[in-house]
Design a protein. Structure first.
Lengths: 250, 250
DNA sequence: CGTGCTTTTGAAAATCATCAAGTATAGTGG
DNA sequence: CCACTATACTTGATGATTTTCAAAAGCACG
């Protein structure tokens, strides 16, 4: 459930002249479409805020007046039904851009998993910025297109895969984004996958219950496909077999 | 299953000087971002083709060298698992833009439901066009953002809703896009919903089986929420009750 | 008026959810 | 440092929704 504590803290603009120039998230985000010379203008639009773990900083249904760009930490995105059923639509990290929608209310909620820092842009101002920097708009389109593909893949998972296949797909995907830039084929040996989210989060992401997630992981372990060092550390023992399960080739 | 007949027929460029100027789909598509004066250039890039009902004109996994814009008819988009399980990710009609993805292969297949006519743009050429017409890029971003929101809604449906709730949501959504522009609140009386797709398509869209779709529609009928004139014509009798079911407020 | 298809309906089976209890783990305070 | 508590995770038994298997009913078409 979304926690409704106080509002996130707005940080003082960093003392430095141009925070965007030194932003570690820049190379991972759409902000890398802005040339160095223009970073000051970008920085002037951004309001840096942060939210502690467990705090929600976007609430589904609220007026959507801002875009967000995550510069530190990670968060989960989700939608709720009235009786509390939750569907997590994604886990996002540094560089992720949020709030891309035409609607005047947010279509999802976002809650920090670890402490999150983010830049907040007012919709109107960012729109004007995009008019001047078509390269950034191009990057946003790329990002949106990539997410659309991921969303379709998740629909296939939620609509047609078994619990076992969902867990296998989830673990494979986690390997894929382990170290961005690392070759996704270097899995001859055992690969360690860290799961920073709870079983409850995994369940709500995969459309299952926590019990089914737990049982299914146990079965994957008994079948020799993975090993469980701790609840949050899975070692993929047989990558190819796991991949076969994930794609329904069992 | 995807039908693999011969290739779609490429039509002769229409005799008229500027087919885009007279295109009925223009106002419904991203092409309305191009000014009249520039339509000739747009038209020079488009290759008009068509596919008869049942023919697939995009195949998941094939090299993605083109974008598509549907100018007549309708199609279903889907992804397949190796054993034939299918997830339909959307039904698309006139004005819909397809192929927005960074990947070098298509992430989904598209199959005509009724005879489809579409404009095909080579990726490279359209990319150059977008450089010159940022307004069109803006429209594409809007479209992508809107689809992303719809995809998240569908994830909620597939991951967390019951069969009854899925059917109710589906019917409500169908009303919403009945006549684009019509007020979505004018449902005091009974509203007729036409389902141009088969039970099998509905099932694969909602992550169910055809039997469950059929049974669930029957139950909605017995409960007085809808009436079934024919398999493809549903009359929504109690819109508010159906909406309550759709949002999990049973 | 068959023939082939889609849809509906029925009975049995299976997967996954729910309910319930037990085990591990981390954090807290004595 | 050790118990104690709270929380998360795992495991077990039962149950419900949905799937699967099967057959009948409805429709279009030749």
């Amino acid at each position: 459930m979304a926690s409704r504590l106080t509002h996130p803290v707005v940080l003082d603009p960093q003392g430095g002249i141009d925070p965007c120039a030194t932003c570690e998230a820049r190379q991972l985000s759409v902000c890398n479409a802005i040339a160095d010379a223009d970073l000051a203008r970008l920085a002037s639009l951004a309001v840096v805020s942060e939210a502690p773990a467990g705090r929600s900083f976007i609430d589904e249904g609220e007026p959507a007046d801002s875009f967000f760009n995550i510069t530190a930490g990670s968060a989960k995105l989700f939608k709720l039904l009235r009786d509390g059923r939750r569907q997590i639509t994604g886990f996002v990290g540094v560089g992720h851009f949020l709030g891309l929608a035409v609607s005047d209310t947010y279509a999802f909620s976002a809650e920090a998993m670890e402490p999150v820092r983010y830049c907040r842009f007012s919709r109107g101002k960012l729109r004007k910025l995009l008019d001047d920097f078509p390269l950034m708009e191009k990057r946003l389109l790329e990002v949106a297109a990539t997410e659309l593909v991921a969303a379709q893949e998740q629909m296939l998972l939620l609509g047609r895969k078994t619990a076992r296949e969902r867990l296998a797909s989830f673990l494979i995907a986690r390997i894929g984004l382990g170290i961005p830039g690392a070759p996704p084929c270097a899995h001859q040996g055992a690969t360690r996958v860290v799961l920073p989210m709870s079983r409850s989060d995994i369940a709500d992401y995969l459309g299952l219950t926590i019990e089914t997630v737990s049982r299914t992981l146990t079965r994957l372990r008994l079948d020799g496909l993975v090993a469980l060092d701790s609840p949050s550390e899975v070692v993929v023992v047989d990558y190819l077999a796991l991949e076969r399960v994930a794609t329904g080739m069992v």
